[in-house]
Design a protein around this ligand. Structure first.
Ligand code: ZN
Length: 439
């Protein structure tokens, strides 16, 4: 049987787990879960489906939803999602996310405020880790306005923060105060704090529309392609302090001015999440004049209906489409389909499946050319001749056929770039960057 505890205001879930283990004389996470599992008669096969938060919420007699909303960083990390936006944080629909990344750290290191620790020890007899201190970019305690301290020790949350009072690294107080006075940093933190209070996530497809509108107002680039207007990513780099940015979104510091970065600029044109939630909060901090404006715009997206032409009706499946393509011998004009789906959408879908339009008339026949090339082993030139078309045109068709392969190749070259360290940079702990730049 386990000795139950009550949870403190803003106490971080993983820290509560540590405190629960310590009070019960347990030395490891694995052991405390074993005891919790036995206490709640959880069967092995059921266990795989239960996120660890479930045990903790059960012992606290809280709903899983309340526990996740008030004590984990999930509402921030899941603030803007590509799918499942209708499910509140902490609902069982998100079990796999909770189980696999529920305890993922939001920043490098585990953060605490010395004054909070001393105050807790004298008022409560113990100290605890606060969720607010773990938010990316927060350098000062919101209550004491004192620079936070941190430790990079693994599993630090399993122990009491008072254990790190002497060994923890204190963030440079002067730097922390100046940084927090930067209006963009201030807005970033205010938006993060507002987002972590939300019960439901926001849908990326809709968020991108309000960010795009706002970027247009500010005359910034909204295109996924060449554009002469200033880039959101460059605006972020110019407005936020470099050292602070190195702790929150270091990738931006590795990019050249004028170079588009999808992870950041993509927040206004990508319909799936461009990157981590930080990229959306950074963009919102420069696009809106206050946290309230940003939050109002985000909340407004809940009522926003997407224009139907942007969301095509798909009522025939890919196999049916392929059959119809075969029947029509690849000629789009001869496709016989009983559907209300727009023609342009059907044509785009066929192209993305690598099935190009094989036009034919008395002068040329695209299908003859591709059959000669793919099935009869003829050369490119000979195949083109047989179909009555230019080799260039045949090359174009072959490229359309290889669309899936081309995408894979692009991913491969992107991975190669990343390996060389061009884009991916690890977030830094505050003092790694402050001392480096001599601030
Ligand atoms: Zn404090």
């Amino acid at each position: 049987m386990i000795f139950p505890l009550s949870i403190q205001h803003d106490e971080l879930a993983e820290a509560f787990l540590g405190r629960l283990a310590r009070i019960n004389g347990v030395k490891s996470e694995v052991e405390i879960y074993k005891i919790l599992k036995a206490s709640y008669y959880v069967l092995d096969d059921e266990d795989r489906r239960i996120p660890h938060f479930d045990y903790l919420s059960r012992i606290l007699r809280m709903s899983l939803k309340d526990f996740v909303s008030q004590h984990t960083t999930i509402p921030l990390r899941r603030a803007i999602v590509s799918y499942d936006a209708k499910f509140a944080h902490g609902t069982h629909k998100n079990d796999s996310m909770m189980a696999y990344s529920g305890f993922r750290q939001t920043r490098k290191g585990s953060y605490f405020c010395k004054k909070c620790v001393q105050q807790d020890v004298s008022n409560l007899g113990f100290s605890y880790w606060r969720r607010d201190h773990q938010l990316p970019g927060v350098m000062l305690c919101g209550e004491h306005l004192q620079a936070l301290s941190y430790t990079e020790k693994k599993d630090a949350f399993f122990f009491s923060p008072s254990e790190y009072l002497k060994t923890g690294t204190v963030i440079d107080a002067k730097w922390a105060k100046i940084t927090h006075k930067n209006p963009y940093v201030e807005r970033f933190i205010a938006i993060s704090r507002a987002l972590i209070q939300q019960e439901f996530p926001f849908e990326v497809k809709k968020v991108r529309l309000v960010l795009r509108d706002q970027a247009e107002v500010k005359e910034l680039s909204i295109k996924n392609g060449e554009c002469e207007k200033p880039l959101i990513s460059d605006e972020i780099v110019s407005k936020f302090p470099e050292e602070w940015l190195a702790t929150v979104f270091p990738d931006l510091l590795g990019k050249r001015p004028g170079e588009k970065m999808h992870k950041s600029d993509g927040v206004v044109y990508l319909s799936t999440a461009a990157s981590s939630v930080e990229s959306y909060i950074l963009a919102s901090s420069i696009l809106f004049d206050s946290m309230e404006d940003a939050l109002d715009a985000f909340i407004g997206t809940r009522k926003l209906m997407l224009v139907s032409s942007r969301k095509p009706i798909i009522n025939i499946d890919s196999n049916e489409l392929k059959d119809a393509y075969v029947q029509a011998k690849g000629k789009y004009a001869d496709l016989e389909l009983q559907t209300s789906e727009a023609k342009w959408n059907i044509h785009n879908r066929l192209l993305s499946m690598g099935l190009p339009n094989l036009k034919q008339c008395t002068k040329y026949d695209f299908s003859k050319a591709v059959i000669a090339f793919f099935c009869e082993g003829q050369s490119l030139q000979k195949s083109a001749e047989m179909g009555g078309i230019d080799t260039e045109l045949l090359e174009q068709i072959i490229r359309q056929v290889g669309v899936g392969f081309a995408e894979t190749l692009q991913q491969m070259s992107l991975k190669r770039e990343r390996k060389q360290g061009v884009l991916r940079m690890k977030a830094k702990a505050p003092n790694e960057v402050i001392h480096r730049t001599g601030t």
